[in-house]
Design a protein around this ligand. Sequence first.
Ligand SMILES: [Mg+2]
Length: 216
Amino acid sequence: MIKYLIFDLDNTIYPSTALINQNIPQRMISFVAKFLDISFQDAKLLRSQRLPHYGSTLEWLSTEHNLTNYNDFLSFVHPEEEINELPQISGLRELLTSVNLPKAILTNGPKFHAERVLNFYNISDCFTNIYGIVENNLKGKPHPESYLNLLQKEKFVLEETLFFDDHPKYVSGFMNVGGFSILVDRNLEFQNYNFPKGKIKTIQSIFEIPNLLKKL
Ligand SMILES: [Mg+2]
């Protein structure tokens, strides 16, 4: 019986077709280029090579390149104007309020970004709490502690919790701690991804959740 829901934020609450989804990685690469004093193209290549070894770009930079002022990174990647890159989504609030289960956000972005997005959609009150990358000591998903910390603090029971994320690596992270994950795969890109326990349940949009819950 599912009693609790955990949601990723970016590309899960809003669709991956959003402009912000293109611009966040672009801003990350621009930051890397500036921080390491290399070209944008070199930064793009280097990030693509190193990111698979880490949960996030921030974790990579702080571990390998001694980035200590993580606020520099987070505020550069998430300027106030990012709000203009979000699409309108009709019925989102109605969807979330219709699913009467405690819900929390687990994001590898900063909490201020999550608050900004949730406020934009007028859905902040639909969630019990937001766990961002700083709250997880810069070690976010897919590290086991990031999921376990949320479960413990929110008093969510692992076996009774569903986790939704658009990223196969983070979906797998929750599976690896024994949880039940749902992949939000808008374009069905990851049907052949090697998940820890074989095939995974996939939805293309969180608007499928009410039906999904009926079937579980
Ligand atoms: Mg995401």
